[in-house]
Design a protein around this ligand. Structure first.
Ligand SMILES: [Zn+2]
Length: 314
């Protein structure tokens, strides 16, 4: 359990890289975790020793720790899926012990908590070579280093149903009205301006198309030259307020890279992480997991809510 909790927290910081979005703070977290693995407690006045960037106030270091604790809580499911092979029975968390006056400093320590959602991953994780192969596969997620700009924008507008409806309305107008408007404008505008408008229409076409896919299918592949293969954007349920009304669901947009270990290739060659997400074919845009070693035969379904899949027969 001792080493595992440190691996769990280190992996968590790696996963949260994009959320932290500051190299100094990331290094600070790593140093704090190392310190916590050596000592049982990390006192607040000590925190300054672990920050290598420009010196900050003690309060700021405390705020950094609060932020880490918050992020570990917020992304616990994603972090858990990334740490399935650790088979932890409980979730490691960082806790704050608030010190009183008279020289008792506030300190941080690692504790364990029950999983909010019992990890179905953990029971299946760590495929045993000697046992019969379970063909079910478990997907893992990793946040995207560079989230496309239009998804960052959409994320803000996508949370509430009402905002979503308004936003989609405008995206649809873009598809229907813009081409018609461009047709009229060709007679009225000088060709240079018109060409610029047409170009911007085509630049915006793919983002708008992806947003519509995200709204209707709740998942879209991010196929871009600068993005890693298997990058997807998922419209994830954040909060169901009224279980009777399907429309009143709070959602959040998650841009992640997804991979998995192909059970067949792991069993035969000890090959890991060979499964990537792709469209099933040019004509069937269903998103499935394909094994790089055998993309025609080793194919798996992809369930974005369970982050698992089964072998695909067709
Ligand atoms: Zn395979």
């Amino acid at each position: 359990m001792e080493n595992k909790k440190i691996s769990y927290l280190s992996n968590a910081v790696e996963f949260l890289e994009d959320e932290i979005n500051n190299q100094d703070v990331e290094a600070f977290y790593r140093a704090c975790i190392t310190q916590l693995s050596k000592n049982e407690r990390l006192e607040k006045p000590q925190l300054r020793n672990f920050y290598s960037g420009k010196e900050k106030s003690e309060k700021t270091y405390g705020n950094y720790m609060d932020k880490l604790i918050h992020l570990l809580e917020k992304f616990q499911e994603e972090i858990q899926s990334r740490n399935a092979e650790l088979t932890l029975a409980k979730r490691p968390i960082i806790k704050t012990h608030v010190g009183g006056g008279s020289g008792n400093p506030t300190y941080y320590y690692i504790d364990f908590e029950d999983w909010e959602t019992p990890p179905s991953f953990n029971q299946n994780a760590g495929l045993q070579k000697t046992e019969t192969i379970s063909h079910d596969i478990i997907y893992r997620t990793k946040t995207l280093k560079r989230t496309p700009w239009y998804l960052k924008l959409t994320a803000k507008l996508f949370a509430r149903t009402k905002h979503r409806q308004f936003f989609l309305f405008f995206v649809l107008i873009f598809f229907i009205v813009a081409p018609v408007a461009l047709g009229f404008l060709i007679q009225m505008l000088p060709l240079t301006y018109w060409t610029l408008l047409v170009l911007s229409y085509f630049v915006l076409f793919y983002p708008a198309w992806n947003i519509i896919k995200l709204a209707t299918q709740k998942i879209a592949l991010i196929e871009h030259i600068f993005q890693p293969v298997g990058a997807v954007c998922i419209s994830k349920v954040k909060n169901v307020k009224d279980s009777d009304s399907f429309l009143d669901i709070e959602r959040e947009i998650l841009s992640v890279v997804v991979d998995a270990t192909c059970p067949i290739c792991f069993h035969k060659y000890n090959l890991k992480d060979s499964v990537q997400l792709e469209s099933q074919s040019l004509f069937n845009r269903r998103i499935i997991g394909k094994c790089l070693n055998n993309p025609k035969e080793h194919r798996f379904t992809f369930d974005k809510d369970l982050m698992t899949g089964n072998p695909l027969n067709t």
